[in-house]
Design a protein around this ligand. Structure first.
Ligand code: ASP
Length: 451
C-alpha cells in the first residue's frame, strides 16, 4: 500500500466501554502518527447484560419529561464516567460537565441533546487522555431546521476547524442546527461522523474500530467461527447490509465513497488483525482475490408471499400493473416479484401487510379477478453476494446442489442483472441450515483444500 499520511479513527461503544478499553484505544492511536483525528462513540456495553450509556441517557430524558426524579439513573451515568477518569488518573475532572448535563436534563432538554451527551462526555475524557484537542461536533456538523444533514456546510466548517489542527477528538453521533440546537443522527450514527471527518480532511483511510475482526462472511450466530472478509466493495456491502448484516450505519458509506476513501473495519481487541477493507468496485484493491468465489451471505426472516394464479395471465395486458397499483394505493413496498406464465408472486415483509391482509386480498381480487389467491407466511430471503460470481461459472449450481443435498426446498430465485448477488426464498425453518450449507461449500471446503 502507498504511504498513508492521514487516517480517521472511529471507535465504537464497546471499544470505549471502560478504562481498560480506553488503554487499548490509546495504544492503537499512538501506534501510528497518521491517526490524527479520533471520533469516539459513547461508552457501550461492558458485558452482554450491561446497558449502553446512550440508552441510559434516553431513559433519563424520558423520566425527566414525565416529571420524575432522575438522580438515581443519572448517578449511574456519572459513575461510569468518573470511574474511567479515576482509573486513568486523568488531569481533567468531568464533574462540572456532568453537572451541566444533569441540570439540562432536569430542565427539559430534548431527546437529541440527551443522547448526544454520551459522545460529548466521552470525547472530553478521550481528548484529555490522548492529549488531543477537543472539537465539539455541534460546531462542525450542521443540520437544517428539519434535522437533515447539510453536507456542504459541514464540510466547510470541518475544513476550517480541523485544517488548523494537528490532532483532535471529535465526538460522534451529533451536530447542531443554525440556532445551536443539538441534533443526532439515527442510532449508530458515530459511523457517519467518522465518515464526514474522513471526507472533510481527505483522509487516506477511514478506520472504523469495533469488536469484531472485520465484516464476517456469515452471521457468527449461525456459523460459529465465520471468517472475516478481507476486501469487499461498497456495492457488496450495501447488498449484505440490506439483507441484515449489521456492519456500518448505512449513511456512513456515501461521504467516503464519493471521495474514494476506503474504510477499514478493525478490532480494538485484536489490533493486529488486518480487518476488512471496504473499497470502490473500480479500484485496484477490489481486484484482489477474496479467497472464495462469494464474498458474503446474509438474509432475513419475516417475509410472506402473495401468490396469484390466473389462466392466460400472460396474455392479459396490464395484469402486473393492476396488482402493483393496489400495493401502491396502500403504500406497501415489495421486495421481489417472481412470475410464471399463469402465476405471479409478490414477496414482501410480513409487517408491511400485517393487519391489512383482508384489504390487500380483496383489492387484488377486485382488480384482476384471479383464479386463485393466497398469502403464504414464514418465508426467509437469503442473499449470496460476491463480485467474483460474474467471472466464475457454476456458482449457482454449487449453491443449489448444496441446498438440494440438505433437502431444502427453494421457493424463489432471483439473480440481479449485475450478477452481484443471488437471492433465494426459503421457508423460515430452513434458513439457518441453508446459510451453513452455502458457507460450507464456498468457504469451509476452500479452507480445507488450502491447508
Ligand atoms: N451512541 C450512539 C448509539 O448507541 C451512537 C453510536 O454509538 O454510534 O446509537
Amino acid at each position: 500500500m502507498n504511504q498513508v499520511d492521514l487516517k480517521i479513527v472511529k471507535f465504537g461503544g464497546s471499544s470505549l466501554a471502560d478504562a481498560n478499553q480506553f488503554r487499548k484505544v490509546k495504544e492503537i492511536v499512538t501506534a501510528e502518527k497518521a491517526r490524527r483525528f479520533v471520533v469516539p462513540s459513547a461508552p457501550g456495553k461492558r458485558s452482554s447484560n450491561d446497558i449502553k450509556v446512550t440508552d441510559m441517557l434516553y431513559t433519563c430524558q424520558k423520566l425527566a419529561s414525565e416529571g420524575a426524579d432522575i438522580s438515581e439513573p443519572f448517578g449511574q451515568i456519572r459513575a461510569r464516567y468518573l470511574e474511567i477518569a479515576n482509573e486513568l488518573s486523568l488531569s481533567y475532572d468531568p464533574s462540572a460537565a456532568l453537572d451541566e448535563v444533569y441540570e439540562n436534563l432536569r430542565n427539559g432538554a430534548t431527546k437529541d441533546y440527551a443522547a448526544s451527551r454520551g459522545e460529548y462526555l466521552n470525547g472530553l475524557l478521550l481528548s484529555s487522555y490522548l492529549g488531543y484537542q477537543f472539537v465539539d461536533a455541534a460546531d462542525v456538523v450542521r443540520f437544517d431546521a428539519n434535522g437533515v444533514l447539510m453536507m456542504d456546510e459541514t464540510m466547510t466548517l470541518m475544513r476550517e476547524k480541523l485544517g488548523k489542527l494537528e490532532c483532535a477528538v471529535i465526538p460522534g453521533f451529533y451536530g447542531a442546527d443554525e440556532n445551536g440546537n443539538v441534533i443526532t443522527f439515527s442510532r449508530g450514527g458515530s459511523d457517519v461522523t467518522g465518515s464526514l471527518v474522513a471526507r472533510a480532511v481527505s483522509a487516506d483511510i477511514y478506520e472504523n474500530w469495533t469488536d469484531v475482526s472485520g465484516v464476517l462472511v456469515a452471521d457468527p450466530r449461525i456459523v460459529a467461527n465465520a471468517v472475516p472478509i478481507n476486501t469487499i466493495t461498497y456495492e457488496e456491502l450495501r447488498e449484505l447490509s440490506y439483507m441484515g448484516a449489521s456492519v456500518l450505519h448505512e449513511d456512513a458509506i456515501f461521504p467516503v465513497r464519493a471521495a474514494d476513501i476506503p474504510i477499514n473495519i478493525r478490532n480494538t481487541n485484536a489490533p493486529d488483525a488486518p480487518g476488512t477493507m471496504i473499497v470502490a468496485s473500480d479500484s485496484a484493491a477490489s481486484d484482489q482475490f477474496t479467497g472464495y468465489t462469494i464474498t458474503g451471505i446474509a438474509g432475513r426472516k419475516g417475509f410472506c408471499a402473495i401468490n396469484i394464479q390466473k389462466a392466460m395471465m400472460n396474455a392479459e395486458i396490464g395484469f402486473c400493473r393492476k396488482v402493483l397499483s393496489v400495493l401502491e394505493e396502500l403504500n406497501i413496498s415489495f421486495e421481489h416479484m417472481p412470475s410464471g406464465i399463469d402465476t405471479m408472486s409478490i414477496i414482501l415483509p410480513e409487517d408491511a401487510i400485517h393487519g391489512r391482509e383482508k384489504t390487500v386480498l380483496s383489492k387484488i381480487r377486485k382488480a384482476v379477478s384471479p383464479d386463485r389467491l393466497e398469502i403464504e407466511h414464514g418465508i426467509s430471503l437469503l442473499a449470496v453476494v460476491g463480485r467474483g460470481m460474474r467471472r466464475t461459472r457454476g456458482t449457482a449450481a454449487r449453491i443449489f446442489a448444496a441446498l438440494a443435498h440438505a433437502r431444502i426446498n427453494v421457493k424463489m430465485i432471483d439473480q440481479g442483472s449485475s450478477e452481484l448477488n443471488i437471492i433465494i426464498g426459503l421457508l423460515d425453518g430452513d434458513f439457518e441450515e441453508a446459510v451453513r450449507r452455502i458457507y460450507d461449500v464456498f468457504v469451509s471446503s476452500t479452507i480445507t483444500e488450502q491447508s
